[in-house]
Design a protein around this ligand. Sequence first.
Ligand SMILES: C[S@@+](CC[C@H](N)C(=O)[O-])C[C@H]1O[C@@H](n2cnc3c(N)ncnc32)[C@H](O)[C@@H]1O
Length: 247
Amino acid sequence: MAFQNPKTPQSIYEPEFVEKLFNEMSLTYERMNTITSFGFSNRWRRQCVFELAIQPGQTVVDLMTGMGETWAYICQRIGPHGVLVGVDFSEGMLQYAHQKRHRKRFSQHTIHIYKQNVLAGTLPDQSADHVVVSFGLKTFNPKQIAQLAQEINRILKPGGQFSCIEVSVPRSTLLRALYLFYLRRIIPVLGALFLSNPDTYRMLGIYCSQFKDTQQAQQLFQHAGLSCRTTSYFFGCASGIVGNKPI
Ligand SMILES: C[S@@+](CC[C@H](N)C(=O)[O-])C[C@H]1O[C@@H](n2cnc3c(N)ncnc32)[C@H](O)[C@@H]1O
């Protein structure tokens, strides 16, 4: 069934709702993402991955992998003997991820793609050297973020590191007003121009306004037993959580 507007404010966090949203956006996601972020999204993904001391041959789990937007930065670091595990539940997004896996630049790499809810708890305990979450936090409410933090703690090896990044509402009053105007008013219009459903792109503004930044999430990660700090990118237009599972 196609995407329909949310019935209640809380229903935007239901997995079925989020899955349908990304299935619908998958046709235009990559193009829209690059254009509407003025190219910043790729720069932030690279910065997110480069927070980690990834060594050749290691295993990196990319939760909410989408179309594999972070893979180039991860594969560059793990080399041909490393393993990349990408997890996402959107068939639409994963269809492009599967196509990407067969591109020449990834042909030397071991990439496993799993279609499942990242909160399903099916990845093996202590199987990851590093975990990456790029732009996947905002569609979770605080309870789900707490579950995600527990899941990251479970799948990381002791001493393993994680890095998350998310679009955020800047703290400066002027920048915040401009940024929210852009997210709420301009992005849906761009979505319509690119022959997409403007309602889906309007949802991104709603998620970002609710999420704000990674400060609250950092407390939930600490509560799950992870050591971490927040990071800020481009005057707070994106923020992150970087840390490790204690040994
Ligand atoms: C904004 S996209 C980010 C994709 C990619 N990581 C990037 O950097 O662009 C968020 C992705 O998270 C996925 N997602 C959201 N909640 C999920 C969940 N509970 N389990 C699995 N995938 C989820 C969506 O299907 C979507 O592909």
